[in-house]
Design a protein around this ligand. Structure first.
Ligand code: HPA
Ligand code: ZN
Length: 319
């Protein structure tokens, strides 16, 4: 379906109102400082920051690892099933305001089991928010369990095992956390097992690490979708393959900006990717940490790159 082009001054309204799916966001990355403090208080967890403002002002990162360290500190306030429900419910309310109609939400259990919680506390709380989302917000939502790649494959197997009793509440398996030095090959066996079990498969690849990580996510892990994938632009053969096989990339421009993957938004390759025929989508990754939700990602990136309504329709269709 072709839509008529619209005037540039009406673009922000189109971007705001157009129905869209969000396919790359980590629910723990939606915890706003206000909610971190509220949960810390109700759960008796002390934080290393004196105030909401002090915490927010610490959100300055030079790379992925610096972000992951502070993101991990934020998760220490999560204790009960209700906390996980409240976190997901707050995200879904915010997503509704951005005209999101479908969300595929990343979470990890390893962070929380590492803090002594049971996997079922995490999964049941998140799943209840997803199950209520159609009636509350007009949004369908599903859950993707990410293994933490800085941990071992054996620990990923354990994580998968713990999730199996709740298998019906999880649609897919993903791979997140520190990328460089933890290539997809490290998780070949556990992804093969997840595939046998019928899970849909995705993986972060080519966020900071080279295109080889994207090749092996596709060929070794056999994922259907690449999270980030922006480094693909440096490999012409890989670009051809992504286009020919219509492999979706879940791109997160404000995340890439905050983690210094691109020096400015005007340097981002989203427009070049789309114009090359890549099935790219726009997503928020960790909206509480990276300066905006999905519509902020759309409006700021469109302004920086001079993108048009035809790009907007293409991105919505891709999602
Ligand atoms: N990359 C890898 N792991 C993550 C990210 C990310 O952008 N966000 C949360 N966990
Ligand atoms: Zn991510």
């Amino acid at each position: 379906m072709n839509h008529p082009p619209i005037a540039p001054e009406r673009l922000p309204e189109l971007l705001r109102a157009m129905p869209k799916a969000e396919l790359h966001m980590h629910i723990e990355g939606s915890l706003e400082p206000e909610l971190i403090f509220a949960m810390g208080q109700r759960n008796g967890v002390a934080l290393n920051y004196p105030s909401v403002e002090a915490l927010r002002s610490a959100y300055v990162f030079n790379n992925l690892q610096e972000f992951l360290d502070i993101y991990h500190a934020g998760t220490t306030v999560l204790k009960t099933e209700q906390d996980f429900f409240d976190m997901a419910n707050a995200y879904l309310a915010r997503a509704q305001a951005d005209s999101v109609v479908h969300a595929e939400i990343f979470f990890d259990t390893q962070t929380h089991t590492g803090h002594g919680l049971g996997a079922e506390t995490v999964i049941n709380g998140l799943h209840r928010a997803c199950a209520e989302a159609p009636a509350r917000f007009g949004i369908t939502a599903s859950l993707i369990l990410c293994f933490l790649r800085h941990l071992s494959e054996e620990e990923a197997f354990e994580c998968l095992e713990q999730a199996l009793p709740l298998r019906d509440k999880i649609v897919g398996i993903g791979l997140a956390s520190s990328e460089v030095g933890h290539p997809p090959e490290k998780f070949a066996r556990v992804f093969a097992r997840a595939r046998e079990l019928g899970f849909r498969l995705v993986a972060h690849a080519g966020e900071e690490a080279p295109p080889a990580y994207i090749w092996s996510a596709l060929d070794v892990l056999k994922v259907e979708r690449i999270d980030h994938g922006v480094q693909a632009i440096h490999d012409a053969a890989l670009m051809q393959r992504l286009v020919a096989q219509r492999v979706p990339l879940t791109v997160c421009p404000l995340s890439n900006l905050k983690l210094c993957v691109f020096p400015t938004l005007a340097d981002h390759n989203l427009r070049r990717m789309l114009d090359a025929g890549i099935v790219a989508t726009v997503n928020s990754d960790d909206p509480a940490y990276f300066g905006g939700y999905i519509n902020d990602n759309f409006t700021q990136t469109f302004a920086a790159l001079g993108m048009t309504s035809q790009h907007a329709y293409q991105l919505a269709r891709n999602s």
